[in-house]
Write a new protein. Structure first.
Length: 230
């Protein structure tokens, strides 16, 4: 007789994967901060990795891996061409990357708020809830999409002001050591508000959410007759 839960190994793998991802992210951010303070010539490559990664993912999803690979190669070649020149302000490149990444994320969320589009967080919720979308969920997820849009605009503005009016060191502390914890705090606040404001609505677990996203973007049609208020 085997009484162990069949899902236990999967849960532990998910936990270990999350811990590993957070550890890698922390190491990456500390490396970026140190590289900035020491004016390392390798810092631009570190800083532009997230933006290039976002572009790679977007292009690969629309036009395939070959087009994404070409774009990545062009981006890296452009950095390599700029770096040897003495008149290039490397710290300005860092700031442009950080501001550009946050503005890109702002657009990813914000453009889905336009008329005729489905807000991005609403789309996530529809996938995870398999199309069961009560009106209060639609309203809440639209508000969350707007909150993320404003969050990324705010981060971009603070980043630009710190660099222009304070110092590169202060900017690096904010962008490398504070920015990511703020994103984590946003997730915690969103989760707490969701559990409070939608406490009578069915919620999906983190593991279920991860499994849903691993399947890609399955079509989830609205089903107004299948609300599950529990």
């Amino acid at each position: 007789m085997n009484s162990s839960s069949p899902g236990a190994p999967t849960v532990w793998l998910a936990v270990l994967g999350a811990v590993g991802a957070i550890s890698l992210l922390a190491a990456y951010l500390v490396a970026c901060h140190v590289a900035t303070l020491e004016r390392s010539p390798w810092a631009p490559y570190l800083y532009f990795l997230p933006l290039l990664g976002m572009l790679f993912s977007t292009v690969a999803g629309r036009w395939g891996l070959l087009a994404a690979g070409v774009l990545m190669a062009v981006g890296l070649a452009g950095l390599a061409a700029l770096l040897p020149h003495r008149d290039v302000d490397l710290s300005l490149l860092y700031v442009l990357q950080h501001v550009g990444t946050n503005l890109a994320l702002c657009w990813v969320f914000g453009h889905t708020l336009a008329a005729g589009r489905e807000p991005l967080v609403t789309r996530f919720a529809r996938i995870m809830r398999r199309g069961d979308m009560p009106p209060e969920v639609l309203s809440f997820t639209r508000g969350v999409t707007l909150a993320w849009t404003l969050f990324f605009v705010g981060i971009a503005l603070v980043s630009a002001v710190l660099y222009a009016a304070v110092s590169v060191e202060a900017w690096s502390v904010f962008s490398n050591l504070i920015n990511s914890p703020l994103i984590g705090l946003m997730f915690v606040v969103e989760y707490a508000l969701r559990r409070h404001k939608l406490r009578h609505i069915r919620h999906t677990s983190i593991l279920d959410s991860m499994q849903a996203f691993r399947k890609g973007w399955p079509v989830a049609e609205p089903n107004p007759n299948s609300h599950e208020p529990r």
